[in-house]
Write a protein that binds this ligand. Structure first.
Ligand code: 13P
Length: 289
């Protein structure tokens, strides 16, 4: 059964580790992440962006697929199904479809409007038993080929949003989605420490997990990050493994064109990457804590 992310993140924050949010794109992705979480006895969050939700034929399809897998694969570790960077409308759709967690990304609204919309959604999620993430300070990334540097959130704004009763808070600390540019100065631990001081026990979320050096990840966890989002890195290893298979001409040998064979190396690569991240984040063996 799907669970909200609240409890697993509170435990992670108290235990000084982080739970990975791995974004899903299709059946292979979902299966690979769930298998790895079960093998390693780690809690896990499956992230679904609005684009990926559309690609997978809508949120109801995603909920059906994930719930089916939890049952058929005998998954016993805590699993949350979470809308990633949701719009106001997207949050309502996922709440209705059966997600166990949503992120309302109101970071592009003026703070007053972010507060108003977040307040409303917090109440709805509470009533229905979902967890909710909010964001302060836009997290940059590549847009139209231009890579923007990540913003740093205002710690007072973070406190204002945290006080609305959200279960986890994403604060921009110089992190961005996708690959980091050569001249990226690194995470702003000064901002993170200030946000942590203002928000206390609130589990903090680090977006843009791809390409952040391991020592910076560890320091971020030490400073209160309890959820780390990873997407691009799984896509990169999937593409690389699939390219190698094709370039080696394996799809031309025997039944190598069978999608179950063609997609197997990429799926294995995702499993290895998720394992590496769970070990780094410290969530291995924490499923039953
Ligand atoms: P990356 O694609 O950089 O790993 O970021 C993932 C993310 O933050 C999803 O919200």
């Amino acid at each position: 059964m799907l669970v909200p992310a609240k409890e697993m993140l509170q435990k992670a924050k108290a235990g000084h580790y982080a739970v990975g949010q791995f974004n899903i794109n299709n059946l292979e992705w979902t299966k690979a992440i769930l298998q790895t979480a079960q093998e390693l006895q780690s809690p896990v969050i499956l992230g679904v962006s609005e684009g990926a939700g559309k690609y997978m034929c809508g949120y109801k399809t995603v909920v059906g697929m994930v719930n089916g897998m939890l049952e058929e694969m005998n998954i016993t570790v805590p699993v949350a199904l979470h809308l990633d960077h949701g719009t106001y409308e997207g949050c309502y759709k996922c709440i209705e479809a059966g997600f166990s967690s949503v992120m309302f990304d109101g970071s592009h609204y003026p703070i007053d409007e972010n507060v108003a919309k977040t307040t409303e959604l917090v109440q709805v999620c509470r009533d229905k038993g979902l967890s909710i993430e909010a964001e302060v300070g836009a997290i940059g990334g590549e847009e139209d080929g231009v890579i923007g540097m990540g913003e740093c959130a205002d710690p007072n704004e973070c406190k204002a949003i945290a006080d609305l009763g959200v279960d986890m808070l994403a604060a921009g600390i110089g992190n961005i989605h996708g690959k980091y540019p050569e001249n990226w100065p690194g995470l702003s631990f000064e901002t993170l420490a200030a946000v942590q001081e203002k928000t206390g026990d609130m589990p903090l979320v680090l977006h843009g997990g791809t390409g952040i050096p391991d020592d910076q990840i560890k320091k971020a966890i030490h400073l209160g990050v309890a959820k780390i989002n990873v997407n691009t890195e799984c896509q990169l290893v999937f593409a690389e493994a699939t390219r190698k298979y094709i370039e080696a001409g394996k799809d031309l040998q025997g039944k190598g064109f069978d999608p179950r064979k063609l997609l197997a190396p990429g799926t294995e690569a995702i499993k290895a990457k998720v394992k590496e991240k769970m070990e780094l984040f410290g969530s291995v063996g924490k499923a039953n804590d």
